[in-house]
Design a protein around this ligand. Structure first.
Ligand SMILES: [Zn+2]
Length: 477
């Protein structure tokens, strides 16, 4: 295994694996098939994601709780569509403490059922509603074909679970949380997303309707980055979750669930990174600034390090994550290492810079190195971090927009997806069988029916029957 990074143009999936290795984010567990180890550099990104999202969940009135990871098998069977959807992916515990269990447990693939069981105990009257719960947890879905961060048999996520008195309130919650996800994706991850509704074929097993945010990766494939589900009364009925309304009548609750996972880190990598390694938006970057003193002699080391260490302290005081790298190693190999690891920028301070009272500055996402005066360095560098956050979003959005095309013929549709990929905005008759046929023939799926989609009459891209609107098609992870 060479220590180089395959280029995106040569082999995108290989490039993706190489960036994860080069940035030291994670590695396949191997001894546990389909699982991964998230290493400190990768986990640091996840912690920042958690913090940003958790603040947003709290600000919208949710509270964190924790439920058992083992779920009695009978619970899953209470919602017919849910058990059918998840059965092929379940890990089941049959022995505990050396004895065959009376009732088998499944390792949670998601927690609607066990939370439904407890909502039944906790919710009695309209005064108990809305119930707004979030859980940070791991889940297990036995996947045969895995890809680090994007699809692993065990992954980390958050799952929101709420119960409401009316369907309107539940639906408002579903869309509120979709907006929270979209805001996070765009303003923190710098990843533009489309908000939309899933087709019946693609919705969550057990939901009335599912909504999603979809991003577009650099290879022209879409990534479902978050989902929010209108569960209707399906789980309320399955777990007999009833409340007494104001008129004293007993009614089933209306529920929602919504989640994002460590797959966001995969999306982050594939949205921003380049052939030199990880590129990370400042709001989630484990390293903002790497300061490298340049020296040949001990005297030079002392002089440049003194200035560098002082600057490091000043930047840390502004809340930036700073590495002062004065190891006795060639500067070139340090540049190489920090570039791969996605440090947002590097500062070089050499003896000549000291004479000129300046420093060399290189932003990870900008080709050219520039020189700036040491006086005012803190303001310059913090300003550059804000600019980088914006620039990464704009660059990704320009790519997404340029890769989104209205396609009106089947030949053009096939050519697009055999070629550069991207979002194809096409008419669709609304028939799930037609959608399934497109998937069968091209592996392309309907990513979503965008929210606020304009009505427009046309002919279905596949069957030619009348269509009332365009939907977004793409290859997807
Ligand atoms: Zn059709």
């Amino acid at each position: 295994m060479a220590d180089t990074i395959t280029t995106r143009a040569k082999d995108f999936p290989e490039w993706y694996q190489d960036v994860i290795r080069a940035a030291d984010l994670a590695e396949p567990a191997i001894v546990v098939k389909g699982a991964m180890v998230i290493k400190p550099n990768g986990y640091a990104i996840w912690e920042k994601i958690q913090r940003e999202l958790d603040n947003r969940f709290k600000a919208t009135g949710h509270k964190n709780a924790y439920f058992p990871m083992f779920i009695p098998e009978s619970f899953l069977k209470k919602e017919a569509e849910h058990v059918e959807g998840f059965s092929p992916e379940l890990a089941v515990v049959t022995i505990g403490g050396g004895k065959e269990l009376e009732e088998r447990y499944v390792v949670r693939p998601t927690s609607e059922t066990i939370i439904g069981h407890f909502f039944n105990k906790w919710i009695k009257t309209h005064r108990d509603l809305p119930m707004l719960i979030n859980q940070w947890a791991n889940v297990v879905r036995w996947e045969l074909r895995t890809r680090m961060f994007l699809r692993t048999s065990e992954f980390l996520w958050q799952e929101g679970h709420t119960a409401h008195a009316t369907h309107d309130e539940a639906l408002a919650e579903v869309l509120r949380m979709l907006d929270v996800y979209a805001d996070f994706a765009e303003n923190v991850m710098a990843m533009p997303v489309i908000r939309g509704e899933k087709t019946m074929n693609e919705k969550f097993a057990g939901a009335l309707k599912s909504y999603c945010i979809e991003g577009l990766m650099q290879n022209g494939w879409a990534l479902q980055a978050g989902t929010s589900h209108d569960l209707g009364q399906n789980f309320g009925k399955a777990f007999d979750v009833k409340f007494q309304n104001l008129a004293g009548q007993s009614e089933y609750v209306w529920q929602t669930s919504w989640g994002v996972s460590t797959r966001l880190i995969g999306g982050l990598i594939m949205t921003h990174s380049d052939d030199a390694g990880l590129v990370c938006p400042p709001k989630l970057a484990p390293y903002h600034v790497v300061i490298i003193p340049i020296f040949k002699t001990p005297e030079e080391k002392a002089a440049t390090s003194a200035v560098g260490a002082k600057l490091a302290e000043d930047l840390k005081a502004k809340g930036l994550s700073v590495v002062f790298d004065d190891r006795d190693d060639r500067p070139g190999s340090k540049y190489f290492e920090w570039e791969r690891k996605g440090a947002c920028c590097r500062v070089e301070i050499g003896p000549k810079d000291l004479e000129k009272k300046s420093y060399a500055f290189k932003r990870r996402d900008v080709e050219k190195k520039e020189f700036a005066p040491l006086d005012g360095a803190v303001a310059h560098i913090t300003g550059q971090m804000e600019q980088m956050q914006k620039d990464l979003f704009n660059k990704a959005k320009a790519f997404r927009d340029a890769s989104t095309k209205q396609v009106d013929s089947w030949d053009a549709f096939k050519a697009m997806h055999e070629g550069p990929g991207g979002f194809a905005s096409c008419h669709w008759c609304g028939d799930g069988k037609c959608e399934a046929q497109v998937k069968e023939e091209t592996k392309v799926t309907i990513r979503c029916i965008p929210l606020g989609n304009p009505k427009e009459s046309g002919a279905c891209i596949k069957c030619g029957r009348p269509s009332a609107q365009r939907v977004l098609f793409a290859r997807a992870y």
